[in-house]
Design a protein around this ligand. Structure first.
Ligand SMILES: *Cc1c(COP(=O)(O)O)cnc(C)c1O
Length: 228
């Protein structure tokens, strides 16, 4: 992927975000683009930074740690979201490198994050990942446990809980999952709704997404072993 391709793609995506906002009568500023750079080298991230992109998403703590701390020295306003399933033994490192963890999805991770925040004296903002499709193999709190987990998380972390995140099942139209997530967020008065990827971010914007996570449409395809 050449640098021009990445900046061209970013321009196109931002135009499409603008159009989707117009169509759904939303303010452009209410939707933020998370550029998902997993499996792509730091050079690609740098090209995106040079094109003005500041918000990035990575799935794996290890990979994020190998790219982003150095980049922050040159781009102090860079923001990093962890968007992949988080192991409890990576919670502390995630807290050290991320501005937002989008994948709080179980009580054991809450405990690990609480411990890390006590040790570090700080905590990233948090989104709760909801398994809207109730898929057994997927990350995210199950729908029937979501209410009580959100309540517990609000009690534990207060206004560090900024919103909800979901990845709809691949074999279903995403719209009803987007609507489910948006309704749930609204019910709890949570502002951030992270949903929509390369293939469906315009639909997600129509349903109220405030964060869209776009990888392939910006950086090109990833190695096929990565199915997410
Ligand atoms: C990889 C990934 C994305 C980006 O997917 P694309 O289809 O490449 O846009 C978004 N969200 C999560 C959680 C991901 O793992």
């Amino acid at each position: 992927m050449t640098k021009n391709a990445i900046s061209d793609h970013l321009k196109q995506i931002n135009e499409r975000i603008g159009q989707a906002c117009v169509q759904s009568h939303r303010n452009n500023g209410d939707v933020s683009l998370v550029a998902v750079s997993k499996f792509h080298p730091a050079d690609s991230v740098i090209e995106a930074l040079k094109a003005g992109q500041r918000l990035f998403g990575e799935n794996r703590v290890q990979e994020a740690a190998s790219k982003f701390p150095q980049l922050r020295e040159h781009w102090p306003d860079l923001k990093l979201h962890i968007i992949g399933g988080l192991q409890t033994n990576k919670a502390q490192e995630a807290c050290q490198i991320a501005d937002v963890i989008e994948t709080l999805d179980r009580p054991s991770l809450s405990l690990a994050l609480e411990k890390a925040s006590q040790k570090l004296g700080s905590l990233p903002d948090l989104l709760i990942q909801v398994n809207t499709g109730n898929e057994p193999q997927k990350f995210g709190i199950a729908l029937n446990e979501a209410d009580s987990f959100i309540e517990d998380s609000l009690e534990r972390f207060g206004d560090k809980i900024k919103g909800l995140m979901a990845i709809p099942p691949f074999d279903e139209p995403p719209k009803k999952h987007f609507q489910m997530l948006a309704r749930l967020a609204k019910r709890f008065g949570l502002k951030e709704i992270s949903m929509g990827m390369s293939a469906d971010f315009e639909d997600a914007i129509a349903e109220g997404a405030t964060l869209i996570r776009v990888g392939t449409a910006i950086f090109g395809s990833r190695p096929s072993k990565d199915s997410v």
